[in-house]
Design a protein around this ligand. Structure first.
Ligand code: FBP
Length: 553
């Protein structure tokens, strides 16, 4: 295999563990904390998880290891979207497991949950693991988005686990995957299989967190990667002084990625979906807000700028959600065929006009034709509009262009507006993990093994105090049910992990809100540059502004 110099150097990197895990597995003992309860709907969650609900918080401390000695055969999967550091969760898990006993085995199930269902796995050895240390991507065993939720699926997983002599399964995933981990843990316990299930918190979106899980892994590297490129674009914009750049960043259900990139780069505009929803903002209001910045900057002779748009923004605009619901209804079942049979876009447009309420048609009519057509072309297997495919960066730049034309006609705006569009998502999900993510992930994996060896199940591997140097990190475990509540999904009430959205009274948003008026008009860009892997700790090991602000650092 041809290796780049950085790849070779990263193979040699030794990830930093929390202080209490540094003396080796023989010197790690457990301290149990208080009982826990779910974040809401306690009675319902307790009734659904009778074997795994309400368990105690766990912290590991230095001391003689008192875990029962037995051979461990652990299965691991990567689940959902890629996030930098996933490989290190596996290498940390492998190293701890082998440090405890050379006879222990780690099986990697391929392609996400499907690997567990199809019994498709590889057995890791040193050479295999060494080729993936400190690297980005999930290609070590692949990932997948199959949901593990039915009794039949759980029975198949239990059967395959039994055939392979598994003592535990580690699920590395986001909120959905860890909801599945909690349900699988409960199934395994209820059926006395003796198989433990441990989760690890992953997602670049940053929406799997609470007071215990301070960050999901991958968020640090992905946002640093996007921020580097946004900073470069800002410098280009400030050099050429002729384009407004509309940059969409990933983050379907929460705007943490957009907010972190804004804190890192101080763009002129950053939309935050949670605020749009809270203030019930309309498309016109958002458009005016951006156009105001364009107009004020133009008045200063600055016909350029940068706007960050979170991927999921349109779902947060109440009137847009109503429009989508009406379109889904308009084309339900066989009505899609009748619509598709209409010969021209004009005919389709008239059909839509007749079918929508006047309010929703007014919203529809505001959209550029390309976006209008997108709403009717891109449908999911259930026939619903695929909101995540809407090119919101183009939508807003077109709407702003229209608004500026009106202002020009009215004589209030005299500038030039030329827009460029970018979408940063996949570019950041498989980057070489930053030192923070390399260390954090390795620690999560190492710690997952400690939870297994001490017999815990239905827990998330937890490493906290992570805004401090790794020496001061605290390793332990948190029952997954602590994060759960009941939510309506596909017409049914289901126990799920509650997503952590951007808190409008939280320090990261407040800092942004206190500065954005100035950033909207001035050119206050900051250029974070590329992730640094070698050099002074304050450059290489530093984590996100979001975490620093949340922890008051
Ligand atoms: P996870 O929540 O599974 O970590 O995935 C997050 C994410 O990267 C989102 O930011 C993005 O909207 C989505 O995955 C893209 O999914 P896909 O990989 O299926 O295209």
């Amino acid at each position: 295999m041809n290796l780049s110099p950085l790849q070779k150097a990263r193979y040699e990197y030794s990830p930093k563990l929390p202080g209490m895990l540094r003396n080796g597995v023989a010197e790690i003992c457990v301290q149990e904390g208080a009982d826990t309860q779910s974040v809401a709907d306690q009675d319902k969650i307790k009734a659904l998880f009778p074997n795994t609900y309400g368990k105690k918080e766990i912290t590991f401390v230095k001391g003689a290891n008192t875990a029962p000695q037995k051979k461990q055969v652990v299965g691991v999967i990567l689940s959902g979207g890629q996030a930098p550091g996933g490989h290190n969760v596996i290498t940390g898990l492998y190293d701890a497991l082998k440090a405890a006993s050379k006879d222990n085995e780690l099986l990697g199930f391929k392609g996400g949950p499907d690997g567990l269902l199809k019994n498709d796995y590889v057995t890791f050895d040193d050479a295999f693991i060494d080729a993936f240390r400190n690297t980005g991507g999930f290609d070590i065993i692949g990932s997948g988005r199959t949901k593990l939720e039915t009794k039949e699926q759980f029975a198949t997983v239990a059967e395959n686990a039994k055939v392979n002599g598994l003592t535990a399964i580690v699920i590395i995933g986001g909120d959905d995957s860890n909801t599945n981990a909690a349900t699988l843990a409960e199934y395994m316990a209820a059926n006395n299989t003796g198989i433990q299930v441990i989760g690890c918190p992953k997602t670049i979106d940053g929406d799997l967190k609470n007071e215990d899980i301070e960050a999901s892994f991958g968020f640090d590297t992905a946002t640093k990667t996007y921020s580097e490129v946004i900073g470069n674009i800002e410098r280009d914009a400030n050099s050429a002084k002729k384009y407004w750049h509309f940059v969409k960043v990933m983050g379907r259900s929460a705007s943490h990625v957009a907010l972190e990139c804004a804190l890192e780069t101080q763009p002129n505009i950053c939309l935050i979906g949670e605020e749009v929803k809270e203030k019930k903002m309309t498309l016109s209001q958002i458009t005016s807000y951006i156009a105001d910045s364009v107009e004020k900057r133009a008045a200063n002779g600055d016909n350029f700028g940068v706007a960050i748009i979170p991927e999921g923004i349109v779902e947060f605009v109440p009137e847009f959600s109503v429009l989508i619901a009406e379109i889904n209804e308009l084309l339900a079942g066989e009505k899609t065929d009748a619509f598709n049979a209409l010969p021209s876009w004009n005919d389709k447009y008239e059909f839509i006009k007749k079918g929508l309420t006047a309010e929703s048609f007014a919203v529809f009519d505001l959209l550029p034709q390309g976006i209008q057509q997108q709403l009717f072309l891109e449908r999911d297997p259930h026939g619903n509009v695929q909101v995540s495919l809407i090119e919101s960066e183009k939508l807003f730049s077109e709407l702003v262009k229209g608004e500026l034309a009106k202002r020009k006609a009215a004589g209030t705006y005299k500038g030039k507006f030329s827009a460029l569009h970018h979408f940063f998502g996949y570019e950041g999900r498989c980057a070489f993990p930053s030192n923070f993510d390399a260390d954090y992930c390795y620690s999560l994996g190492y710690n997952a093994f400690m939870l297994i060896s001490y017999g815990y199940t239905g827990y998330l591997s937890k490493v906290s105090n992570i805004s401090k140097p790794a020496e001061e990190w605290v390793a332990g475990g948190m029952p997954i049910t602590k994060m759960m509540n009941m939510e309506r999904r596909n017409g049914e009430d289901k126990p799920v992990i509650r997503k952590a959205l951007v808190e409008l009274d939280g320090a990261p948003f407040k800092f942004f809100a206190a500065n954005r008026e100035k950033w909207a008009v001035e050119t206050a860009y900051t250029y974070p540059g590329a992730i640094q892997y070698y050099g002074p700790s304050e450059v290489c090991d530093i984590t996100t502004r979001t975490l620093a602000l949340e922890k008051g650092c």
